[in-house]
Design a protein around this ligand. Structure first.
Ligand code: USQ
Length: 396
């Protein structure tokens, strides 16, 4: 069994990940500074339902499953706060306020400002994004180097690091022949937002740590995630994950389903040819689990493209329109002026085989899955506020 430290354990992916590993009998510690909750409150974003705080969540999880998750509320942009999680000096909250029995052997790093629109709202949010994301990653790297050198870092990256190049996207690396000589380099990155740019820089930081100190790192280049049900969130209503349907923190599939339910025309940005790789939240958990089961070697930066299938915004709108209509919703599709600066028609051909090779079995966006999403979101239809779905955060 592993001793797993989850940074950003209160977020959309962090909390389901914590319960997933705890259910399997691993020792799990979650850390968070409540950035996401605070930002949602400040910006008055759309959240489908309220979720208990992290300390309450751990108590509820204990009540439901009999398992313990250690909780620490910390700002990991502070290096001493980060190091306290590795040297045994951190204070813990929650049930008996106990901490883990030893330093972690695996660290799952989600502790980042995750929204591209947020990072482009204004200079101060850009600053929050850069300061938080880079400092947390750097602090983690140094804590592992100094205090837990063998720990496996599983870092959530993003497919947006690559942008939309006019060539096939490889899994992290590209072999290049130049003037008769050959070398292997990180695949060229050209991020489309300040947020995505911080992810590029994170990868570069960790690649440095791997070269310099033989750290072991898996970087998961994830596409937009959809869904909210996992084997553990469905065990009790109070264990649900944070679900946003606004343009700042909500991702496209979750947004479109919510919009369809309340009769808000689906907001396809511009021409709608923007193509991305998507995955079910259940597959995020699987991908992290398989990465943990077969860790990167010492001195290896292993990169996986964490997507299961690709869709354009138009494809997704058509799917949600068809299924929403069949469920009796009056669904319309609206091509609105694109608030972002991005290619609306482009070549997109990423490779995504590495995770399948280590045992991930994809869930696809089938009609059954979309119907399931509708069913869950419909239960909370009374909470959906139309006025916060789209406020028009312009990127340019
Ligand atoms: N889009 C629309 N209408 C909407 C919302 C989005 O047409 O109402 C389009 C966007 O313009 C974009 C695509 O759908 O081309 C995906 O947008 P998104 O909001 O679902 O996702 P994105 O902003 O790219 O970011 C999300 C997560 C981020 C993660 C990223 C993976 O918020 O944390 O890193 O997905 S990726 O997109 O592959 O970089």
């Amino acid at each position: 069994m592993s001793n797993i430290l989850i940074l950003g354990g209160d977020g959309y992916l962090g909390w389901p990940t914590a319960m997933h590993f705890s259910a399997q009998g691993h020792e799990v510690t979650v850390v968070d500074n409540y950035f996401r909750r605070d930002a949602c409150r400040e910006l008055d974003t759309g959240m489908l339902y309220d979720v208990p705080n992290l300390i309450q969540r751990a108590k509820i999880w204990h009540e439901v499953s009999g398992k313990r998750i250690h909780v620490a509320i910390r700002d990991l942009a502070d290096p001493d706060q980060m190091r306290s999680l590795f040297d045994g000096t951190a204070k813990y909250e929650g049930i008996k306020a106990t901490g883990p029995s030893s330093a972690p052997d695996t660290v799952i790093h989600y502790a980042e400002q995750p929204s591209a629109p947020y990072s482009l709202m204004d200079y101060s949010r850009a600053d929050v994004t850069i300061t938080n994301n880079l400092r947390v990653t750097n602090n983690l790297m140094w804590a592992v180097k100094d205090l837990a050198r063998d720990a496996h870092i599983i870092k959530l990256g993003t497919m947006g690091e690559y942008g939309t190049p006019n060539i096939d996207i490889e899994e992290g690396w590209l072999d290049i022949e130049h003037k008769g000589r050959k070398g292997r380099f990180l695949f060229p990155r050209q991020a489309g937002s300040i947020y995505h740019t911080t992810k590029v820089m994170d990868t570069d930081l960790l690649w440095f740590g791997v070269r310099m100190w033989d750290l072991r790192v898996t970087d998961l280049m994830q596409g937009p995630v959809y869904g909210l049900d996992t084997d553990q969130t469905v065990m009790d209503d109070r264990l649900g994950t944070i679900f946003n349907y606004d343009e700042v923190f909500g991702t496209i599939v979750n947004r479109f389903i919510t919009q369809a339910i309340v009769g808000y025309p689906l907001t396809v940005y511009g021409k709608g040819g923007q193509t991305r790789g998507y995955l079910n939240i259940k597959d995020t958990l699987q991908c992290v689990e398989k990465s943990l089961d077969s860790p990167a070697d010492k001195g290896e930066l292993r990169i996986f493209n964490q997507i299961m299938e690709t869709f354009s915004a138009n494809d997704l709108a058509e799917i949600v329109h068809r299924i929403g209509t069949s469920r009796g919703h009056a669904v319309e599709i609206d091509h609105i002026e694109n608030p972002r600066k991005e290619a609306e028609e482009h070549y997109y051909n990423p490779t995504y085989q590495g995770l399948i090779d280590i045992g991930v079995e994809p869930h696809y966006l089938t009609d059954d899955v979309v119907n399931g999403l509708f069913e869950t979101v419909e239960k909370h239809a009374g909470n959906i506020r139309k006025e916060v779905i789209f406020k028009g955060v312009k990127w340019d």
